[in-house]
Design a protein around this ligand. Structure first.
Ligand code: PEP
Ligand code: MN
Length: 357
């Protein structure tokens, strides 16, 4: 099936593609029913299912393992869909190669370990299988690049990268923060590699999928990998983020696909806007953290019978921030204005603490 390079890459060059299927293979019926229900989506490029599930703690459902391969083969026979499976150790790679799986992916928890990625690359060496490399859990672009380089070194030619968001201290509203500037930089470094977005693992909840998918399309990504389950509410893994095939159809038909080829300016503008959104998100998080600390200070002052406003401390802060701001090429008036607002809000918060009885 995957002998001709273009067979697998051609659809990725034309319009955004979709890889969909359940987080985990659970039963033959679940796979066959989900695949049949998805098969009508024109953009569907491959059917995904996890056979071996990396779980944060042992004891949860860890996948059906090798027995799920027969069910997947039945799906392929009945629908003609390409199959995509996660591999996390060399043995998985060998099993998938032997079974004729079209696409394997290396998950976010695996990409963080260069030793394992090396071992998997060795197991795949010389094969013509298509390999997708997810970004590592932590926001480390170099690890992601390392995953790609290790596969290239092993002679893997059909490579796709998948953006699935990053673990972060403050995640809300996402399960994994998108940090769009990282996939943007990855795309800049490897423009020849198709990039898919995985809104399921970024969002962690059904309600966020459409917005994330649209954003990735606006950034010119080549497609989406979305978890879809015939009965999402009873899924054995990632229950909150899986979507029904009907819901997925609706989501895909609601996407606006804008022209990217030849419209260099607008895609550059989009990249800048994304970076601004990202920086603003960090700014807001920092401001919120600052106000939390102010409240703690307020409590302390209340306990020690100190007034919220301490003139000496405030003038030290203001002078210092204006100086620091200047060294970062920030206008004095601007910094002074911002700090006056921040200080006013801090006092208000501290005052609220003081007024509590
Ligand atoms: C998955 O796609 O099912 C998966 C486990 O993803 P990730 O490695 O991104 O967590
Ligand atoms: Mn999942």
């Amino acid at each position: 099936m995957n002998t001709n390079m273009d067979d697998i890459f051609l659809p990725l060059k034309n319009k955004p593609v979709l890889i969909a299927g359940p987080c985990s293979a659970e039963s033959r019926e679940q796979l066959v029913q989900t695949a049949h229900a998805l098969a009508g989506i024109p953009q569907l490029y491959a059917f995904r299912a996890g056979l071996w599930k990396p779980r944060t703690r042992p004891g949860n459902f860890e996948g059906v393992g090798e027995q799920g391969l027969d069910w997947l083969m039945e799906v392929k026979e009945k629908t003609g869909l390409r199959l995509a499976v996660e591999i996390a150790v060399p043995a998985h790679a060998e099993i998938c190669l032997k079974a004729g799986i079209d696409i394997v992916w290396i998950g976010a928890r695996t990409v963080v370990s260069p030793f394992i990625v090396d071992e998997i690359a060795n197991a795949l060496q010389g094969s013509s299988i298509c390999v997708m490399i997810k970004n590592p859990i932590n926001p480390d672009l170099k690890l992601w690049i390392g995953g790609v380089e290790r596969m290239k070194k092993a002679g893997i030619k059909k490579l796709i990268v998948v953006h699935r968001g990053f673990d972060a201290y403050s995640k809300k509203p996402f399960r994994n923060t998108p940090l769009w500037e990282i996939p943007i930089e990855m795309k800049r470094l490897f423009p020849e590699l198709p990039m898919l977005c995985d809104p399921s693992h970024i969002g962690g909840s059904r309600s966020l999928l459409a917005e994330i998918a649209q954003k990735s399309m606006d950034l010119g990504m080549n497609g989406l990998m979305i978890e879809s389950h015939i009965d999402p509410d009873h899924a054995l893994t990632d229950v909150a983020q899986q979507i029904s095939p009907a819901g997925l159809k609706k989501l895909i038909s609601g996407l606006k696909i804008r022209e990217h080829e030849g419209s260099e300016t607008s895609s550059t503008l989009e990249d800048y806007r994304c970076s601004i959104d990202e920086v603003d998100e960090q700014l807001l998080e920092l401001l919120s953290r600052r106000m939390e600390i102010s409240e703690l200070i307020g409590e302390h002052k209340k306990e020690h019978n100190l007034a919220p406003f301490q003139a000496k401390r405030w003038s030290v802060i203001l002078e210092d921030r204006i100086k620091r701001g200047s060294s970062l090429k920030l206008d004095k008036e601007f910094i002074s204005g911002i700090y006056n607002l921040i200080h006013k809000e801090s006092l208000r918060r501290q005052g609220n603490v003081m007024n509590e009885e």
